[in-house]
Design a protein around this ligand. Structure first.
Ligand SMILES: [Zn+2]
Length: 77
């Protein structure tokens, strides 16, 4: 058996408890990042008035700005 002091045992226990929390945090951060990227991909900024709006799927690669009516291209489609 390896002799371990109380201070070392405390550090080992804290380290073992911290690793799962860190892994869960990384997974949550990755999920949040992907979700945010997909939301950003759907939004279009109007090239004329600068209005940001969500491009609907049924509009295709070109969508109409709801504020000024100018046609804007949707990136990534
Ligand atoms: Zn516009």
């Amino acid at each position: 058996m390896i002799p371990v002091g109380l201070a070392q045992l405390t550090v080992i226990c804290l380290g073992l408890m911290t690793v799962p929390v860190f892994v869960l945090w990384l997974a949550a951060e990755r999920r949040r990042s992907r979700r945010e990227a997909s939301v950003r991909a759907r939004f279009v900024s109007c090239r004329l008035c600068g209005n940001a709006f969500e491009a609907r799927q049924e509009q295709g690669v070109v969508c109409t700005c709801p504020k000024c009516g100018v046609l804007n291209g949707v990136e990534g489609q």
